[in-house]
Design a protein around this ligand. Structure first.
Ligand code: PEP
Ligand code: MG
Length: 608
């Protein structure tokens, strides 16, 4: 009887108004839905004659409610009065909460100093003087003579010329060589040669050829490097915000140990390796092309708002400090849940793994709540000196001991990644040249040593070995056969080891059936996949790929539908809070992200 009464009774309704200028977006919707689900009654949201369930995140989001919109909530069933009271309160509180966040964001936008807008690499707020990237010259006793060093420099320039001929770049090397021959003929030693170069640079000052000064400096360094001089990044001991065109991986390692507060890169992109390393180091950083910045000026670098504020007023500094404190409080709350599993609203478990580069970052991954290592980028393990087999083995063994599930990727140098002790040919298009798995053909001895160290460190443990930049089935099968031969040669166990590949070259998308027959697993590198799908170099200073383009989601949808072997995503897209709901909807259940993003990624998943 009660049942029929409820069925035919008039529903209760509330009219709600969106007051936050962010609209009714994912975060408040998810919280609202989780409250609504606690009631048995039927709850509908009605807007412009469209009625959807208020117990489903996607349905509510589909209404596209924006600031100023009014919509109706209808409650029908036994506990309708309680639901109405609770959810009306919840809604008002959510709008209020959202406005608080909005107030913080608005504060950052309302700086009164000089604002330059850029692209945020890693979010944070830094207040410190600017410091321009410089390199310090270090000298180590050497037997080389000035004349011998000139001959050496000439041969390097000849090699560079031949590698690039015919092209504009080749002409530059030819011009540098001529210049070197001409100037060195007038000098007897490095001191007089340096003076000559300095005089040439001074005469270029203020002329249209001023930018050519770098060619002269380059020549001087080329000769000096053979005479025992090397160059190291010089950093201040006081807090500073570094301004650089781009950075080397070794610079970032040095920055981690310094008092750096933030980094501004003039030439980079969000998926460049410099950006990936800055994110992994948790350094507040921004891409800000072509801006003239005064050194030593105290600034605010606010990468939540993606701005650099120069000449800040006292009130700007106060606001920045307040916003920083409020974000830090939020981050602490997030961190508290980092070891808990990440389950969607529909109780689907999504695994969050970490992308690491060395023992410290793998240790950080463990402390950050990662469930395993989805990508060990081995190219950053030893950036300065070629490691011995023992040192490599020790590093791998230390990392392998931290987690049960570990994917180690064989060396992926080339493109924007280089190692000083592995010579690669000068190429006109390095991103389309010798990179990733292609090193198995060009540098087999290096891969043999690396795989030897990996097998020694694994000691029979079921780790996963992954090959980068695979573009054909043959490349994969050759690399796997090579690895097994190494294990056989050194009589090391390989039975438990799984072999997989990165999906990051578009050709793979059209041969998934064939790959599926030979691989054990895949991981998708969306950074390179985007680069190659759009033919836009990931380090390009002006051209930018749309990282949330429907094209990448179509590609990801195609992959997940056509493979039967486990597949994860390890490109930067996996940590993108806007992309995560779609990745889950497509069917991805493992995301691998930088250790610093593990807690945020898990929290985003919990709201899907
Ligand atoms: C990728 O390409 O997305 C990837 C994860 O590999 P890397 O960034 O090291 O090239
Ligand atoms: Mg890649």
């Amino acid at each position: 009887m009660q049942f029929f009464k409820n069925l035919f009774s008039k529903p209760l309704t509330s009219t709600l108004t969106i007051t936050s200028s962010n609209g009714f977006h994912l975060r408040p919707v998810a919280k609202f839905v989780s409250e609504a689900k606690k009631f048995d009654c039927d709850i509908q949201a009605i807007y412009h004659k469209q009625a959807v369930s208020a117990k489903a995140v996607n349905a509510l989001l589909s209404l596209g409610l924006e600031k100023g919109d009014h919509f109706l909530i209808e409650f029908k069933g036994k506990d309708a009065p309680q639901a109405q009271e609770k959810l009306t309160h919840t809604f008002l509180a959510l709008m209020q909460e959202d406005k608080e966040v909005e107030k913080n964001i608005n504060t950052t936008h309302s700086y009164r100093g000089k604002i330059a807008k850029g692209e945020s690499i890693y979010q944070g707020i830094a207040i410190a003087p600017l410091y321009h990237y410089t390199q310090k010259e270090v000298y180590q006793e050497s037997d080389a003579t000035f004349q011998g060093s000139v001959v050496h420099a000439v041969s390097i320039l000849t090699e560079r010329y031949e590698a690039h001929h015919p092209s504009d770049t080749a002409d530059i090397y030819l011009a540098q060589k001529e210049l070197l021959l001409q100037l060195s003929a007038q000098a007897q030693d490095i001191e007089t040669f340096s003076e000559l170069i300095e005089t040439e640079i001074q005469t270029l000052k203020g002329t249209t050829l001023e930018s050519k000064a770098v060619d002269y400096q380059d020549l001087l360094r080329l000769v000096k490097s053979n005479l025992g001089y090397s160059y190291h990044t010089a950093l201040p001991s006081e807090a500073f915000i570094l301004v650089a065109d781009d950075l080397l991986p070794s610079d970032i390692a040095q920055l981690e140990k310094s008092s750096v507060q933030g980094v501004i890169l003039k030439q980079s992109s969000l998926t460049s390796h410099t950006a990936i390393l800055l994110r992994a180091s948790g350094i507040t950083s921004l891409i800000l092309p072509a801006t003239i910045l005064d050194t030593s000026e105290q600034v605010i670098l606010d990468t939540y708002a993606a701005v650099l504020v120069s000449q800040p007023l006292a009130e700007d500094l106060e606001n920045a400090k307040r916003v920083k404190a409020s974000y830090e409080k939020e981050a602490i709350q997030l961190q508290a849940k980092r070891f808990e599993a990440a389950q969607t609203q529909k109780q689907k478990t999504i695994h969050v793994y970490a992308n690491v580069t060395d023992v410290p970052s793998a240790t950080l991954a463990k402390e950050s709540g990662a469930e395993g290592i989805g990508l060990l980028r081995t190219e950053f393990l030893f950036t300065k000196k070629k490691p011995t087999l023992e040192r490599q083995t020790k590093a791998y063994a230390d990392i392998f001991s931290l987690f049960d599930d570990i994917t180690v990727r064989t060396l992926d140098i080339g493109g924007d990644k280089a190692l000083p002790y592995i010579p690669l040919p000068q190429e006109a298009n390095p991103f389309l040249g010798i990179r990733g798995v292609r090193l198995f053909q060009s540098h087999p001895e290096i891969l043999e040593e690396q795989l030897h160290a990996i097998f020694l460190a694994a000691k029979g443990k079921a780790i996963k070995i992954m090959f980068p930049m695979v573009s054909s089935v043959e490349e994969f099968t050759h690399a796997k056969a090579f690895a097994l031969e190494v294990a056989h040669k050194y009589q090391l166990q390989s039975d438990a080891i799984l072999f997989g590949m990165m999906i990051e070259v578009p050709s793979v998308l059209f041969a998934l059936e064939a790959f599926d027959a030979v691989v054990d697993f895949y991981s998708i590198g969306t950074n390179d996949l985007l680069q190659y799908l759009f033919a836009i170099e990931r380090t390009h200073p002006t051209l930018k790929v749309d990282t949330l383009s429907p094209v990448i989601f179509t590609a990801l949808s195609h992959i997940v539908k056509h493979v039967t072997k486990p597949v994860s995503i390890c490109g930067e897209l996996a940590a993108n809070t806007e992309a995560i709901p779609t990745l889950i909807e497509l069917g991805y259940t493992t995301l691998s992200v930088t250790p610093k993003s593990v807690a945020q990624t898990k929290e985003t998943i919990r709201h899907v």
